[in-house]
Design a protein around this ligand. Sequence first.
Ligand SMILES: [Zn+2]
Ligand SMILES: [Zn+2]
Length: 460
Amino acid sequence: MNKVDLAQYLDQHADELFSIAQSLFDEPEVSREEEKSSSKFKRLLKEHGFTIHEFHQEELKYAFYAEYGQGHPVVALLGEYDALPGLSQEGGSKEKKAVQSGGAGHACGHNLIGTCAFGGAIAAKKYLEESGQEGTIRFYGCPQEELLDGKVIMAKHHAFDGCDTAFSFHPWDANFPVYQGFLAMNNMRFHFTGVSSHAGQAPEQGRSALDAVELANMGVNVMREHVISSARIHYIITNGGEAPNIVPKEAASWYYVRAPHRSDVNDITNRVINCQKGGALMTDTSLDYKIEGGCYEILPNEVLFDLASRNYEEMKMSPYSDEERELAKALSQSLPPDQVVKERENIGFYDENDFISLNVVPKEKAMVYSITGSSDIGDVSWIMPFSAIFTATWPIGVNAHTWQSASASGSTLGQKGMLYASKIMAGMFFDLVNHSEILSKAKEEFKKRTDGKPYQSPLM
Ligand SMILES: [Zn+2]
Ligand SMILES: [Zn+2]
């Protein structure tokens, strides 16, 4: 069995994969509620001959891994399946149209992520069976990516122990392996306690917790000029008191700090905490705070980037039908034209007759492509050599978390991009099994980049 056979095997299973992706799309479950989606994958993988391993912690009830094979390499494919609240959208629709007003929807295409990893896993298993080679494939069911902490919690409980390397897929508007990107971040909450009193009769007896929140925010806002310009600090006030005529005894805020490197996030986090302490000091109130979560940026691995790049070229995308092209055109034309033009430049695809990217992004552009969201896949990249595969499932210029990305994720347009990614994962697995030096080099590079230091959870 060679790579062409592996691609053919996945083509033969395309209907099965497309219907799984569609069924997840039709029953979206938001983070921490992925009961049906995780059960579906457990059942399907069991039917395909995988052994299911569950975790015993309550916070990992929708996480698991399914394993097949023996010995090394142990390759993890990371599946996700959570949807987003309020982004319900009819799949394949050319206009914004909720299936259920205010309901959840797969606007980040995680229905495709889980199914892509499932496709990669069954193809890898097929190869191990046919070839009799040594090697292990694991499908990881990873919940609550949208809360940016599913894999962070999994890592805290050593869920990834025993793996040599991990691959993950994300739907996008272009075909490229991710070299670098995603912002490291911290998620924290501040709570101030003061003294309540009548705001008209006895304000002098009160100590306003809301004043503390406002002064702390002011401190952070003037600090913005003195942090690296690529940092992002956002907050909301989650409690500002009960009524204007009562000096607020309790007040609270919720902050995210993001930056390209975890070390910057740690530094800025400390300064944000100092601003909060200052707010408490100035107002004679007390402060409690908690860092609720956080994640890392992607640690590049050039060996795996090159391995993925070769497989993008070797594996072929399925051709699109006229109907799929029309959908891509309609979705792309619903975007601001500048956004599409800019993205064509980013991905190096200029054919204005096509609204779905048909090229593989040139290496020099892929290596600098900037992704300014955050993801818990970053943490996995600091645990072992890691590769993120992005393929064109959405028309050019479409961003994640939009009705357009949801529409495409619930159609064959998105599913074909997903199938291409499954083939790339299967091809990469084939190469690792047959050329052990690739993994050795990837591990050497990983060791160099991490300085041999073990991963430190942002949660501790
Ligand atoms: Zn998302
Ligand atoms: Zn996502």
